[in-house]
Design a binder for this molecule. Structure first.
Ligand SMILES: Nc1ncnc2c1ncn2[C@@H]1O[C@H](COP(=O)(O)OP(=O)(O)OP(=O)(O)O)[C@@H](O)[C@H]1O
Ligand SMILES: [Mg+2]
Length: 317
């Protein structure tokens, strides 16, 4: 049984303009200890998928389908039970740790509080365990850091603190939503390396969300490519990087800045814009931007195919 099983997930938002369909018939799985990357352009539904798993969707949202964690259906879970799973079994790290850390409390106070709340420790034991966890995320001089406040740390250090805080309850799944986008390239690489090490050390499964296939390839053996809230392709990351089958995956790769590309030139992004989620087209949502589109693409949604271990939604590929 997979650790996380998402089946036919639909997320829609009630808006003054009508029903916005953010995620459509999305299915995927994450095994225990596995790392799955989720990539796609802005607005493709990556974060809302994560929020649905965490039970943190906005009030104007409706989620349908199934999200099973360790066999337990999360979408129908009463709030009190979801509160116990969130944090304790599924942890989430966000893009900007400053919005998740309390600026008025020391790192130690915030971390120990998690252990007092979730693991019933007293504050002294909580502080000792927090120092050990800071050590685990390679923060030097951990005991001294406990007395510091978030603004006294660099962006990369704060992200390490957030990861440490999330791991305090020993979750079995860590969701990291663009955890490195606010960081410079060197620090980005260090955080990805750290996530890889922690995965081995704690056996935690990871769902890593990013715009960039290159970033998820540092950590994830499999990757899910999303567009307009739908699965475009899901397969081994290496294979998607070297032999992308879906025209959208190819477009994403072509729009990555190469090491040799001049810095002052705009990226060769995919021409056009994602569809209006208030009025999704009947066929493949990528059809208007796809160079390979042909007759059925605009009329009916592609049926999922699995050529050689890759799951792909495309009429042409
Ligand atoms: N509360 C809400 N009400 C209405 N629409 C919403 C709400 N929250 C999110 N959306 C819409 O849902 C769609 C999917 O958003 P989501 O945040 O999942 O995108 P994303 O893939 O994470 O993008 P990014 O890369 O920019 O973070 C977007 O069109 C967004 O505007
Ligand atoms: Mg997002």
């Amino acid at each position: 049984m997979p650790l996380l099983e998402v089946e036919h997930l639909e997320i829609s938002f009630r808006t003054p303009e009508g029903e916005l369909r953010a995620v459509n018939d999305l299915s995927f799985q994450v095994g225990a200890g596995e790392a799955l990357g989720v990539v796609g352009e802005s607005g493709s539904g990556k974060s809302q998928t994560a929020m649905a798993i965490m039970g943190l969707l906005a009030r104007n949202a409706t989620a349908r389908g199934n999200i099973r964690f360790d066999g337990q259906e999360l979408l129908k879970l009463p709030a009190a039970q979801m509160n116990r799973i969130r944090g304790a079994q599924i942890g989430m790290v966000f893009q900007d740790p400053m919005t998740s850390l309390n600026p008025y409390l020391s790192i130690g106070t915030q971390m120990a509080e998690v252990l007092v709340q979730h693991r019933g420790m007293n504050k002294v034991a909580g502080l000792a365990e927090s120092a050990r966890m800071l050590d685990s995320v390679r923060i030097p001089d951990a005991t001294r850091r406990l007395d510091q406040y978030p603004h006294e740390l660099s962006g990369g250090m704060r992200q390490r603190v957030m990861i440490a805080m999330t791991l305090l309850c020993r979750p079995r799944l860590l969701i990291a939503d663009e955890p490195t986008t606010a960081l410079d390239v060197t620090v980005q690489a260090q955080i990805l390396e750290l996530l890889g090490e922690l995965r081995r050390e704690f056996g935690v499964a990871v769902l890593l969300i990013s715009h960039d296939l290159g970033i998820v390839s540092e950590l994830c053996e499999r990757t899910l490519v999303m567009y307009a809230g739908q699965l475009m392709e899901n397969g081994p990351t290496e294979r998607l990087l070297t032999r992308p089958g879906h025209p959208y995956t190819r477009g994403l790769l072509d729009s990555r800045p190469g090491l040799d590309s001049p810095l002052d030139l705009p990226l060769a992004a995919i021409p056009g814009a994602p569809p209006d989620l208030l009025q999704l087209p009947p066929g493949c949502p990528f059809q208007p931007r796809c160079a390979q589109a042909f007759e059925p693409c605009g009329r009916r949604p592609p049926v999922l195919q699995h050529p050689g271990g890759v799951l792909r939604a495309c009429h042409a590929a």
